[in-house]
Design a binder for this molecule. Structure first.
Ligand code: BTN
Length: 251
């Protein structure tokens, strides 16, 4: 990982051969007072975490498994915007490194040819109004040659799609660089400059979808995202719902 070029935001890369989850390691470091701009990277995770309590398969050496430590001075209600910003950063980085065309499925799945290439998990600790720390986990399938049968229909890797392997350190450097300038733009100028970049890659918008969450299931048209990054879904009765967190499926 010596080839990961340091940039002005991420000055500290913590590398582990094998960890349970880079999210847990990053959260501990943040709690111990490690500041913004540290990245935790591992070759392998034995207990990789996906969204909604799912397991994230993190095969040794095959992907980029990393967590970013951030401590933005923002209202906790704005933290989901960072997930969308991360999706933009990773999309742009992968496109520049590989030329693969990516699309973003709200809120945070990155797809190539309809299959999942990357997942993003945002976890935060907050006071009633201010964010303490935001840990952004990025799981990117890079050099997998294939997936087991049950996953091969829904998951893919950069190697499978581009027909050649990639250097993971270069991929990481590209992601961190894209992330840095987007994050600085976001902190100084807000989400309004990030939103059109997200929309340019979004496949969810204007489609008929089903959104499932602990709050229930809603079916309708995805109208777009608002300035907070919340999904606006118009149901079949014409009523608009604000969806903060859900799994969506295209109809
Ligand atoms: C998803 O469910 O789509 C999100 C997957 C996030 C996986 C990454 S891999 C690095 C970091 N560590 C974890 O345990 N999870 C995230």
């Amino acid at each position: 990982y010596s080839r990961i070029k340091k940039n002005d935001l991420f000055e500290n890369v913590v590398y582990h051969n094998s960890v349970t989850s880079t999210q847990t390691v990053a959260q501990q470091l943040a709690n111990e007072g490690v500041g913004e701009g540290t990245v935790v990277v591992a070759d392998e995770q034995t207990g990789g975490k996906g969204r909604l309590g799912r397991v994230w398969d993190s095969e040794k050496g095959a992907g980029v498994w990393m967590s970013l430590i951030l401590k933005p001075q923002i209202d906790f209600r704005k933290a989901p915007q960072l997930t969308l910003l991360t999706a933009v950063a990773v999309t742009r980085a992968i496109e520049s490194v590989s030329g693969l065309p990516l699309s973003i499925k709200w809120p945070n799945d990155l797809l190539v040819n309809g299959k999942k290439l990357c997942g993003i998990l945002t976890e935060m600790q907050a006071d009633p109004d201010r964010v303490q720390s935001v840990i952004i986990g990025i799981g990117l399938n890079v050099n997998h040659g294939g997936f087991p049968d049950d996953l091969s229909e829904i998951a893919t890797s950069m190697n499978i799609e581009a027909g050649k392997p990639f250097n993971r350190a270069e991929v990481i450097a590209a992601i961190l660089n894209e992330f840095s300038w987007l994050y600085r733009t976001y902190l100084s100028q807000g989400f309004s400059l990030i939103k059109p970049l997200w929309e340019a890659h979004a496949v969810s918008i204007g489609k008929k979808i089903v959104a499932r969450s602990t709050a229930g299931t809603t079916e309708g048209y995805a109208l777009g995202i608002d300035d907070e990054g919340v999904l606006l879904l118009q149901d079949n009765q014409g009523e608009t719902h604000r969806i903060y967190s859900a799994d969506i499926e295209f109809k």
